[in-house]
Design a protein around this ligand. Structure first.
Ligand SMILES: *Cc1c(COP(=O)(O)O)cnc(C)c1O
Length: 499
């Protein structure tokens, strides 16, 4: 420790060890007993504020031990635990414990992975991580890329790269206002909301998105895609990219990527794949055909904080020809002395994306990839899919459940009571929608299990997405029982209310 200066931020070595070991003990116990917690405390913001207690900015400092201990209490008693075996709402995984330690180490060394010279080994580790991610999903090692905070950022990054690659160089200087081109991008109706944000963020406006209808299997209707492109060309629009989805956020469907690739090829359009959730499933041998054509993408978004089980945050943009990243983002201000090394191997990640100073998100991903290995991941992801199928089968067999969809590790289903439903078909569907929505609210508050929702063909469904290495068969069986028990209770309450 620096002996000549005493500051309130330092923690002396023995205190640091004591506090740190205590914290590690707390976390180890938490992981070991996570099943016995409620999935969520289900408290309202007002209740939480009472627990937190309102205070102004502290003037005087207090002991680190006290702060750490109170922080643990607050978080372990008032959180939603996506590491809980019965958490399967939305798409957030149980965090790999090694990633938790990775974040600690990464914060301690505090590398700025914006430039090679500021993060010598960290930059190399991030490069290797990106290479491994490309290998993981089975695309060519020529892809390069960069770690970002998540799927949205990974897709934004690719969107801007696509535009730069497909538009005249002058666009960078003149901006959109000074070009007459009416840029349009294509994606299916099932595409995640990021695409709307991207169109707004980069100045195209949300009307520049062509939401292509899906077929009966919820894949982008590629005939309509082709037709819409032709129509736009006739009407003076300027198509520049098509987004294919590899695992849609609602039901896990993968578009026909090979067909989209050929449409892009024919029309000289950038082919981007949003694989934020689903891309890792490409490692499963039986799913090779589902993901056929992924290696034809110009860019791919993938989220290690989803199906690679790394703690938040970690997303990744992969670009087939990384030169397009440099073309989009590189700038060389006079205050940066980040020159190339003699072997031409140096890479300054600030030139690969929107961020300048960057944390070392790659470390936890790199560690998890090694601890688990591609065989371990193949097993875990296949198991998640198997459990999702089991949930679908149990729902199919149960007289009071309707199984709706099952793709990758996402299952949708709904509660349909056997008696007491309106005769009229429209009224019946409306009642079931209200019933299932109320049921979801009640389940989410209850803390026994955490599901989310999907609307499939106008049916309000319960949705389970398993990216959770703690979930087991018994959890799936118990979830069925919980849904039925709560469903019966709510149906009876709702019937009484309408009498
Ligand atoms: C989750 C998801 C996103 C958004 O990713 P974030 O990490 O939440 O930013 C985008 N697309 C798909 C298909 C997703 O599943």
């Amino acid at each position: 420790m620096n002996k000549s200066r005493s500051t309130p931020v330092e923690i002396n070595k023995s205190d640091f060890k004591k506090i740190g070991y205590d914290l590690i003990d707390t976390i180890a116990d938490f992981f070991d007993t996570i099943e016995s917690y409620k999935v969520t405390s289900g408290e309202s913001p007002v209740q939480l504020q009472k627990t937190l207690t309102a205070t102004g900015l502290p003037e005087e400092g207090k002991s680190a031990a006290e702060i750490i201990s109170r922080s643990s209490d607050l978080l372990l008693n008032h959180s939603l635990f996506n590491g809980h075996p019965k958490f399967m709402g939305y798409i957030t995984s149980s965090p790999a414990p090694i990633g938790v330690l990775g974040d600690l180490l990464s914060a301690a060394v505090n590398q700025n992975v914006g430039a090679q010279i500021l993060s010598p080994m960290a930059t190399e580790i991030e490069k290797q991580t990106v290479q491994w991610l490309a290998e993981f999903i089975g695309v060519s090692p020529s892809y390069g890329g960069v770690l970002v905070s998540g799927g949205n950022m990974a897709n934004f990054n690719a969107f801007l790269v696509a535009r730069t690659a497909k538009m005249p160089k002058s666009l960078k200087e003149e901006g959109l206002v000074n070009t007459n081109s009416k840029l349009v991008a294509y994606c299916s109706k099932a595409t995640h909301t990021w695409v709307e944000k991207a169109a707004i963020l980069f100045g195209h406006g949300s009307k520049s998105i062509r939401w292509i209808p899906t077929d009966s299997e919820n894949r982008m209707n590629n005939d309509l895609l082709s037709k819409t492109i032709q129509q736009d060309l006739r009407n003076g629009y300027q198509p520049f990219m098509v987004v294919g989805t590899a695992g849609d956020v609602s039901t896990g469907v993968v578009d026909n990527l090979k067909e989209i690739a050929s449409i892009c090829n024919k029309n000289n359009l950038w082919f981007h794949i949003d694989g934020a959730y689903g891309a890792p499933a490409a490692i499963i041998p039986e799913f090779k055909s589902v993901f056929e054509g992924m290696d034809l993408a110009d860019s791919i978004a993938i989220d290690p904080h989803k199906w690679l089980y790394t703690p938040l945050e970690a997303g990744c943009t992969l670009v087939k020809n990384p030169k397009h990243l440099i073309d989009t983002y590189s700038s060389h201000p006079e205050y940066y002395n980040f020159s190339k090394d003699e072997e031409g191997q140096s890479l300054n990640f600030y030139e690969y994306g929107l961020q300048n100073s960057r944390g070392f998100k790659a470390l936890k991903v790199w560690m998890a990839l090694q601890q688990i290995g591609s065989n371990g991941y193949t097993e875990m992801i296949a198991e998640d899919i198997k459990l999702s199928k089991l949930l679908y089968e149990l729902a199919e067999k149960h007289p009071e459940l309707e199984a709706i969809t099952q793709n990758l590790s996402i299952t949708t289903f709904r509660y349909v009571p056997m008696y007491g439903l309106p005769e009229n078909q429209l009224k019946r569907e409306a009642y079931l929608n209200t019933l299932n929505e109320t049921l979801l609210d009640s389940l989410q508050q209850g803390g026994e299990v955490f599901l989310s929702n999907a609307i499939v063909l106008e049916k309000y469904c319960l949705r389970s997405c398993i990216v959770n290495f703690r979930t087991s068969e018994s959890d799936i069986q118990e979830i069925i029982e919980i849904v039925i028990r709560e469903g019966i209770k709510l149906h009876s309450q709702m019937q009484k209310a309408t009498l």
